[in-house]
Write a protein that binds this ligand. Sequence first.
Ligand code: SF4
Length: 203
Amino acid sequence: MSNRRKRLLPYASPFVMLIRKAISLGASEALLISTDILSIQDEIIEMCRAPKCEGFGQCANCPPHVMGPAEARKWIKNFSEALLVKQDLPPSDLFGPNEMERFQRMFTLVTSLEKIARNRGFEQATGLGAGSCKPVFCPEDVCSVLQGKACRLPHLARPSLEALGINVFELAKSVGWPMNKILRETDPRTVSSAALIGMVLLC
Ligand code: SF4
């Protein structure tokens, strides 16, 4: 058995239920992984810096306000498994008027799965989305958490994998979901496919 397959956990209920739920709620693919394979890298945070991402410094769920990589490495040890979900999409959707809707769908998916997992005994289940919640949910407003108030959408807003320093491209490749790297300057006509990755940490 390959090392990669050894690191993928055997499918057993209630994990099967969570995978099926993920697909029924709109994931293109879903699988269970051991959190041992998550690599948190300091340099990933550099990719969040403005102007690469408009959420940097603007939101409680983004660097430098969200926990840093060192803290994230310790925190993630609280979870032994994670449900990884992928949503395939046309590359043009990441550049057009549907862009934020696509990210919103991922926040909705992971928080729905988080709620289901908590109800099924994973009491500390925690979703991680894709991208920053700021342009998705509060494009015109200052982040209320950074003003000392409650989040406007606590049931939907979560940090992204990359905001915690998780190398999403390496992770996706390691589970057999290779992804095209799409940056702001990428011409969507030059890439054949695109995807967003989310996760629900389980314990
Ligand atoms: S949803 Fe809005 S208020 Fe909540 S953390 Fe994100 S930017 Fe801040």
